[in-house]
Design a protein around this ligand. Structure first.
Ligand code: ATP
Length: 230
């Protein structure tokens, strides 16, 4: 569904991602793990088009989207939830959802579906997003992405910086989402246990290279830990 083929990307003259390939299967989950600075976010930015891949090919549902603007990629079904739970801080939860739903035929229904997935947001509709907790903002950010009816959802460290008691709830929701079967997910995640529980395939990134790949599931934890220790 989403294929990254031999992607090179970076900032200015500094290349950070050195020829990374990975596939997110239709309706499946691929996890990318790796230490801070390994190039995970840079790879995602290149996939979404926020930075230009200097070489390589990006295919979405078989279509070459490598040269497309981010908005064209979003229109084709790519949704990106960056690190940091970003929303419009001055707008309420409800307005943040409405902004994305506006102009969509199923807008109202999509908001209702997103709120069913994250019921905690129902009590926070009138609160400004800037006043939400990190976990609540993360739920709002994922809810907003889902309202775009994505084919592929890209999540950058969805549990980072979130209180431990909310992490489990977010993990559960993401796993529920991935089990729906109609959504492909590219998940960057530092928590090995969660990533392997959610994903069918994993890649470990180190210094911009894929150093290990394998199938998801708890049995792969030792291999991932070994790859991360290098
Ligand atoms: N906007 C930028 N301009 C220049 N260099 C950058 C920029 N963003 C990231 N980098 C550098 O690129 C490298 C890879 O960063 P990246 O954010 O992709 O890593 P990461 O694996 O996502 O790390 P983390 O887990 O900390 O988010 C790092 O050395 C970082 O300093």
């Amino acid at each position: 569904m989403l294929e990254l083929v031999d992607i090179h990307a970076g900032y200015g003259r500094t290349e950070v991602v050195h020829g990374v390939s990975l596939t997110v299967p239709e309706g499946g989950v691929a996890a990318v793990m790796g230490h801070n600075g390994a190039g995970k976010t840079t790879l995602l930015r290149a996939a979404v088009g926020l930075i230009k891949a200097t070489s390589g090919t990006i295919l979405l549902g078989g279509e070459d989207i490598t040269s497309m603007r981010p908005s064209a990629r979003v229109a084709r079904g790519l949704a990106y939830v960056p690190q940091g739970q970003q929303s419009f801080g001055q707008l309420t939860t409800s307005e943040n959802l409405q902004v994305v739903a506006d102009g969509r035929k199923r807008g109202k229904a999509l908001i209702a579906e997103a709120l069913d997935l994250f019921p905690a947001l129902k009590d926070l509709l009138d609160r400004r997003a800037g006043l939400l907790s990190g976990g609540q903002r993360q739920q709002l950010a994922i809810a907003r992405a889902l309202i775009t009816e994505p084919k592929v959802l890209i999540l950058d460290e969805p549990t980072e910086g979130i209180q431990p008691n909310v992490v489990a709830e977010i993990e559960r929701t993401i796993i529920d989402l991935t089990r729906r079967g109609d959504l492909s997910v590219l998940l960057v995640e530092q928590h090995i246990g969660f990533a392997l529980q959610a994903a069918e395939h994993y890649s470990v990134l180190a210094a911009g290279h894929v150093t290990s790949t394998g199938t998801g599931g708890a049995d792969s934890a030792d291999a991932v830990r070994a790859a991360m220790a290098i």
